[in-house]
Design a protein around this ligand. Structure first.
Ligand SMILES: *Cc1c(COP(=O)(O)O)cnc(C)c1O
Length: 400
């Protein structure tokens, strides 16, 4: 089938909840993807950071294949020989006590919210059904009903009510507003240390540190959603590390599955995750041995290939190389940390979507977010020469 026939099939039989660029991919290696018409592109989105290790990393594929021939799924009704080692390695990587494995990012966020509420009633002793959680304007935590209940984006909410109560929203990065929103019933603050979907929005210096102190002062949990920013993406193992902050729980996903399968987890202190007793929470696939085996290898490769350190160094080169574009009549700002970067576009000149189409014509696959921002998040395995080539393409394309 040719690409227009395949696009037609998706359009006819698939729900239209995405608007992909018109390219049909069928092969990949590392940072490169190929389409069925024989074109080759550099992946500058990395499936929203899920492909930090690149496509089909040989060690991750080998780990998956080894596990595929042994045992793939047990359910949590029985033990498997991969889950324990996975939890140990992930807990140590995070400097936390315990791991609760799930599959997708949204499930891990839901898990953290459930844990926090129980902690609020059992440990903080908030009156039944009165617990409140503070969230931020511009947040993205996934697509379940409870999560979109506290989204600021009308497109994510329209038609999906009634919504889950118990959330208070304050402007992102506004510490005074956060402080004002705290009540005796506030049990947790759910924060992205950098807002990825909102357009790679970085909070003011000190915001995370002050949030941590506020949580300590009011006996509240700091829940860091690092589904997108975690595991080296921003040049630190976690984006919270930029301010030397340790949350009470990390919410992880995306890159934890090595670009092979969905693996997510809440990794937190014992006092929080011990609120779950058998039967109170679960997932058929969460913690399955295939996911655990791939997750173990994903963490090991991240460390052995020094992907975090590379992201830090290459991010500096990337932003410095693109900074001269700012003020050229199209690019308003270049920002980011590590290899999570963005260009803000003057949409009265050209839309970000149009820029992405032009970048695609030059061999770069990028994705706009919120119409005004182009996100650049290549796999962390990208080499210096390829990054330099991508910067040249971006410099040529992002012109008024
Ligand atoms: C992608 C993302 C999620 C949701 O992950 P899914 O696997 O798509 O459910 C949650 N939080 C953040 C910050 C994300 O970027």
């Amino acid at each position: 089938m040719d690409s227009s026939q395949l696009l037609g099939l998706e359009k006819r039989y698939g729900a239209h909840n995405y608007k992909p660029l018109p390219v049909v991919l069928d092969r990949c290696e590392g940072v490169w993807v190929h389409d069925i018409d024989g074109r080759k592109f550099l992946d500058m989105l990395s499936a929203y950071s899920a492909l930090s290790h690149g496509h089909c990393h040989p060690r991750l594929v080998a780990a998956a294949k080894r596990q595929l021939d042994r045992i793939t799924l047990t359910s949590r009704a029985f033990h498997n020989d991969q889950l324990g080692p996975f939890c140990k390695q992930l807990a140590e990587l995070c400097g936390q006590d315990m791991v609760l494995p799930m599959n997708t990012g949204a499930e891990a966020v839901e898990t953290a919210l459930k844990a926090a509420r129980r902690w609020g009633y059992r440990v903080k002793k908030v009156a039944p059904n009165e617990a409140r959680i503070v969230v931020f304007d511009g947040n993205f935590h996934g697509r379940t009903i409870s999560i979109v209940s506290f989204s600021a984006d009308e497109g994510y909410r329209d038609g999906f009510g009634p919504f889950t109560p118990g959330f208070d929203m304050v402007p992102y990065g506004d510490f005074e507003a956060l402080e004002k929103a705290i009540t005796p019933n506030t049990i947790a603050v759910l924060v992205e240390p950098i807002q990825g979907e909102a357009g790679v929005v970085i909070p003011p210096e000190g915001f995370l540190r002050r949030t941590r102190e506020l949580c300590d002062r009011h006996h509240m949990l700091m829940l860091a959603d690092e589904v997108q920013t975690g595991l080296g993406r921003t040049g630190r193992m976690f984006a919270c590390d930029h301010e030397g902050v340790k949350p009470d729980a990390y919410i992880l996903g995306k890159a934890l599955g090595g670009g092979i399968l969905p693996v997510s987890a809440v990794v937190g202190k014992a006092e929080l995750l011990e609120v779950f007793e058998p039967g109170s929470h679960g997932s058929t696939f969460g913690g399955n041995p295939l996911a655990a085996a791939v997750g173990i290898e994903a963490m090991t490769v991240l460390k052995e290939e020094k992907l975090t350190e590379r992201a830090e160094a290459q991010g500096k080169v990337f932003r410095a190389g693109l900074a001269p574009l700012v003020g050229n009549g199209l690019v308003l700002e270049i920002r980011g940390k590590g290899l999570l970067n963005a260009a803000v576009i003057d949409t009265s000149v050209k839309t970000a979507r149009r820029c992405c189409e032009d970048l695609m014509a030059r061999g770069l696959l990028c994705k706009e977010t919120h119409e005004t921002v182009i996100r650049f998040a290549p796999p962390l395995i990208i080499d210096d020469a390829t990054l330099a080539w991508s910067m040249e393409q971006i410099r040529q394309t992002l012109q008024p």
